[in-house]
Ligand binder design. Structure first.
Ligand SMILES: [Zn+2]
Length: 310
């Protein structure tokens, strides 16, 4: 079912096993991976590109569904208050850049974080208005929220964001259309590859770089916890580091990109911040790794593909 009413909604009403070929092809082709944008080499002769990202969701994790639990809001505030300083200190010690995806509401609640991140030379990029699920919105609402979010980030950090990561990586039938209208350089919400690729819109090349994510390389998957549900972290920090390190090892062996998603309210804790430190150290120990923001990696891949400068 397509709640937001995509262009294939009218003929996809029956059971999927009754769909004619054109129906399931239309669903699949709506947003699809096109050609690989993995470059033949990385800047400075580096073997591997490392893209560290932090989704500064903070209080919006509780607010997104209308929740008003002061306890859970405080858990989110921890990310801004205690997690971010540790993260910035770790990145600064290693001298590596990162990308911070911020919901607009999170940025408005924590303007000092926006300044601190931007002043340290990191990238700030779009991550929804209040961590809403795009697929629950109509086109106009999703579009308005995206444009308002861009205005907020632009105002608070003094730079226009060039990339988007949708909240919860939820991608509606309208999301790519909005990304194209906003003329963004890249998206980082989909999962069709380990390497950068071009997004196709109904089979048409878009010139939008996808920097793919994966739940495997997301700390929230391993650390999420809900007191009243049965959701618990199912492994210690060593297990999480081992998974991340194995992803890094093969990215290096394949001459590709290692992209990691972390959350300040998860990775920023005293028992976990070492994972960030250790994964950066492991990458550095390889000797030929390019640490870059998502924007820089996307721009490099676009140039390597011969696209006009944006
Ligand atoms: Zn998020």
């Amino acid at each position: 079912m397509n709640p937001a009413g995509g262009d294939h909604a009218s003929d996809s009403s029956g059971h999927p096993w009754t769909w004619p070929e054109q129906t399931w092809r239309a669903v699949v082709d709506h947003v699809r991976a096109g050609r690989s944008l993995k470059p033949s080499s990385w800047p400075g002769g580096a073997t591997c590109a490392v893209a560290l990202s932090f989704d500064s969701d903070h209080e919006t994790i509780e607010l997104r569904n209308g929740g008003k639990s002061f306890s859970r809001i405080s858990q989110g505030q921890y990310g801004a208050r205690a997690g971010i300083p540790r993260i910035l200190k770790t990145l600064d010690r290693h001298g590596v850049p990162a990308t911070f995806f911020m919901p607009a509401v999170s940025a408005m609640l924590n303007p000092a974080e926006v300044s601190a991140v931007a002043d340290a030379g990191h990238e700030i990029a779009l991550h929804s208005w209040i961590h809403e699920f795009n697929s629950r919105l109509d086109h106009e609402t999703e579009r308005n929220l995206a444009l308002r979010a861009r205005d907020v980030l632009e105002r608070l950090c003094g730079r226009t964001p060039v990339g988007m990561r949708t909240a919860s990586w939820d991608f509606s039938p309208w999301t790519l259309k909005i990304i194209r209208e906003m003329e963004l350089l890249y998206d980082s919400s989909l999962m069709a590859d380990d390497e950068p690729y071009e997004l196709l819109d109904h089979g048409e090349p878009t010139g939008i770089v996808e920097l793919p994510v994966e739940w495997i390389r997301d700390d929230a998957v391993y650390f999420n916890m809900d007191r009243s549900a049965s959701l618990r972290p199912y492994g210690g920090p060593e297990m999480v580091f081992d998974i991340f390190r194995r992803e890094l090892e093969l990215a290096f062996d394949e001459g590709g990109m290692f992209l990691l998603t972390m959350h300040p309210h998860h990775i920023g804790h005293r028992s976990r911040i070492w994972i960030l430190d250790a994964i950066v150290a492991a990458a550095k120990a390889k000797g030929s790794v390019w640490f870059a923001t998502h924007a820089d990696i996307a721009a490099y891949c676009a140039r390597a593909a011969g696209w006009p400068p944006c």
